[in-house]
Design a protein around this ligand. Sequence first.
Ligand SMILES: NC(=O)CC[C@H](N)C(=O)O
Length: 382
Amino acid sequence: MTPAKPTACLALADGTLFYGQGFGATGQTEAELCFNTAMTGYQEIMTDPSYAGQVVTFTFPHIGNVGVNPEDDETGDPVASGMVVKWMPTDPSNWRAAQDLSRWLASRGRIAIGGVDTRRLTRAIRQAGAPHVALAHNPDGTFDIEALVASARSFAGLEGMDLAKDVTCAQSYRWNEKRWAWPDGYTPQTDPKFKVVAVDYGAKRNILRCLASAGCDVTVLPATATADDVMAHNPDGVFLSNGPGDPAATGEYAVPMIRNVLEKDLPVFGICLGHQMLALALGAKTVKMNHGHHGANHPVKDLETGKVEITSMNHGFAVDAQTLPDGVVETHTSLFDGSNCGIRVEGKPVYSVQYHPEASPGPQDSYYLFERFAEAMASRTG
Ligand SMILES: NC(=O)CC[C@H](N)C(=O)O
């Protein structure tokens, strides 16, 4: 059989090329490339705001076969820049499917390429680190390769990039969705007990659902909120969300706010970018990882109980545990590479994790962290 003529090309900044079949939108995009090992949840991954500025290659070969639906978006807007898959998506086969993946991507201006040797690509990412890439989809199959490689090289990179301001909410709002956080087990909130301000650096909806399910009445504030903006809501606790880009860049405006909030002695809980910025506010440093952690089966050890949680991960930066100041305890580490996965402030209800206890997609082992936040607020409010 003659292979189909390529209609898409992925160019790495080192000049390596991957040809395949384009789907989704046509055109060209530049980004950093990462790989995600999750076997389910491609829609949640593509709509996780933390993927801004990145093209995602999926190591699981069958992507797209359950289509997409209106409920599984982690935010209202398109976020990841594009996707790379092994097999072209087949027609969706699932009772929840409302649209097929290709049309959905096209309607959101997102480019995708199928038919790529994603194992070779993943090895290249592991060996040389997350590359800068240009991804082009052109149905007539003509590509100016030199220009494409030059575009990949011209991508500025995520280091030093504050992307939270691009994906945060424009205005504050109250989270009042009446929906179960999990398919089973946890009830939607009808009688919230705690007032929580969630600072939105690119928050996933399931985090807000989990907070609500743990008893919180959640008010979401834009990333640039000041400590005065936060305190004006008279919160029982403050939540710092996940988000894209370099934590050090976002920290330029977030760290002063967090330091002020820490002086109020309120319970503070952070996830992912929120974890990194809490660590920065406490005086630690963050580093860029070689290829980061992106998947739904990452083992994390709770150093205080010895228990292992299987977690969802999506980060390309990490807190350098060597830089944690006195009084800040490392609570969790990755069993893949020993990198920091959690901290807490000694004697205070202030803690954060690098991974995603809200899952979506992924295992629900770490939901207890939301309950811990609620308990900290309960013991304060009496
Ligand atoms: N999921 C996140 O919040 C990601 C945090 C940060 N942008 C990183 O890549 O490390």
